[in-house]
Design a protein around this ligand. Structure first.
Ligand SMILES: C[S@@+](CC[C@H](N)C(=O)[O-])C[C@H]1O[C@@H](n2cnc3c(N)ncnc32)[C@H](O)[C@@H]1O
Length: 458
């Protein structure tokens, strides 16, 4: 095996795309993960990390472009940390993502007997996002709104606009940037830990035309809010509310911060599969609305409901999956950790006149046993839609105890789905079918729906 030296440069041909978006090259048995390289490329790569059987590096020069390379549509491609796959033909992106789902289930989950569908490719490859999280950068022109520079936690690259989101979001971004420059307040300096302006979160619905903005700052009152409100109302009439969230921490996290309303209201409305959904600023909602509909349609198909079943929707967020499948089920019970999301879910049920759903606040790993002891009916079907980390082993055990005859697993991370799949199969479930969905063109993220059937009780 030819193992290159750390710090050396090697010439390699990329033969595949790893989960995470890096190119994979092989030097005999040695595997090199190469940043900024795509399948079919011949590149010169600098080796930055070495382990016994694999290494990591990045392409310093593209010697010959692979057959699926295209011109990235965004002028910020390469410097901006988002959209790493923009220079790969979209059909290829989708094919590699499906392959990564299969590989994860086979290599990590040791599953080989499942049926797998072709990936449901995204209907739109640009302008598909309903949420973007920008960061403030300090430039000679004053505060500027941008994204993290590729590979850097401490540098923000200013952008003139993001092709992943619509024009309304972009005008709101421009007004906020103008406001920031008027106020003269300092931008948060990530290295020094000083300054005030940190992030702008824009959530928007193309379907209702509504936008909700959240400004994240260091502590202290927002200056010139009168100007901001007047300009947004005048130039961005779709903005239904602005929130101010505060963090004095050194990290970049924006979730779960204390926030107050600057003006308007703290939710916007989205439409999904005929449902009206009120979405609060901090609540989870899939960020590609059109493909979220496809994902839920697939989840509902895989639930194979006849109309009488009790369905438990675990990790239910603001209730979107539970509400979308309520018409096909007898009774639906949603379990969600965040109280605020559960309140929104209940409100959404009322708003849509759906009476056979109920939502409970609780941690899936702790709440399921007490719910059964309290007399809630055991589920025929369980839908799980956990965060990226998947189900903890304890949560898997609690789901298995419920003994549903079918589990529909909506996953945003095939590697954690794979680990959970192995545990479910060991407990008597069979992985029947996996259906990948591409919600996030140009990024490495891939979603999928996996159906497990109970073949024997543990
Ligand atoms: C991927 S989101 C899915 C939300 C919803 N199913 C949807 O489609 O919009 C995951 C949700 O799980 C919730 N969550 C995270 N950890 C949890 C836990 N231990 N127990 C219950 N819910 C949890 C999060 O607050 C979030 O709303």
């Amino acid at each position: 095996m030819s193992r290159p030296e750390k710090g050396s440069e090697v010439e390699v041909v990329i033969d595949s795309l790893a989960f995470g978006g890096r190119g994979v090259a092989r030097i005999d048995d040695f595997v090199l993960f190469v940043d900024r390289a795509l399948p079919g490329d011949r590149v010169r790569a600098r080796v930055t990390k070495l382990k016994r059987r694999f290494g990591e590096g990045y392409a310093t020069e593209l010697l010959e472009a692979g057959p699926s390379r295209v011109t990235a549509p965004c002028p910020h491609f390469g410097t901006c940390g988002g959209c790493r796959l923009q220079a790969l033909d979209y059909a290829e992106q989708a094919t590699w993502k499906a392959q990564q789902v299969r590989d994860s289930l086979e290599r990590i989950g040791h599953q080989h007997a499942f049926a797998m569908d072709e990936i449901a490719a995204a209907t739109e490859t640009l302008g598909y996002r309903n949420k973007l999280e920008f960061s403030f950068a300090s430039t000679p022109d004053g505060p500027t709104i941008g994204f993290h520079r590729a590979g850097r936690w401490d540098e923000i690259t200013p952008i003139g606009g993001c092709l992943l989101m619509g024009a309304a979001a972009d005008s709101a971004r421009a007004v906020v940037q103008e406001w920031a420059r008027r106020t003269g307040v300092a931008v948060w300096d990530r290295r020094a830990g000083t300054g005030y302006l940190r992030h702008l979160i824009v959530r928007a619905s193309d379907r209702t035309g509504q936008l909700l903005l959240t400004l994240v700052t260091f502590s202290g009152a927002l200056p010139e809010v009168g100007w901001l409100e007047a300009e947004l109302r005048e130039r961005c009439p779709g903005v239904v509310g602005v929130l101010h969230a505060v963090t004095d921490g050194s990290g970049e996290a924006t979730a779960g911060l204390p926030s107050s309303l600057v003006f308007g209201r703290d939710w916007y409305e989205e439409r999904l599969l005929g449902l009206k959904l009120r979405v609060s600023s901090g609540a989870f909602l899939q960020t590609n609305t059109a493909m979220c509909e496809r994902l839920y349609e697939i989840a509902i198909e895989e639930a194979h409901l006849s109309g009488d079943e009790v369905v438990w929707d675990l990790y239910s967020g603001i209730g979107s999956i539970a509400l979308a499948l309520a018409a096909a089920a007898g009774r639906v019970i949603g379990v969600e950790l965040l109280e605020e999301a559960v309140e929104r879910a209940r409100e959404n049920a009322d708003l849509n006149g759906i009476g056979n759903v109920e939502f409970v606040v609780g941690d899936v790993a702790k709440a399921l046993r007490p719910l059964i002891e309290d007399g809630l009916p055991s589920p025929d079907v369980v839908v799980v839609d956990p965060p990226r980390a998947g189900l903890t082993p304890k949560a898997v055990r609690r789901v298995i105890e419920l003994a549903p005859s079918r589990i529909v697993y909506v996953s945003c991370n095939p590697t954690t789905l794979a680990g959970n799949a192995e545990l479910l199969v060991e407990a008597g479930y069979r992985l029947e079918r996996v259906r990948p969905v591409d919600m996030f063109p140009h990024t490495h993220h891939v979603e999928c729906v996996a159906r497990f059937e109970l073949v024997e009780s543990a």
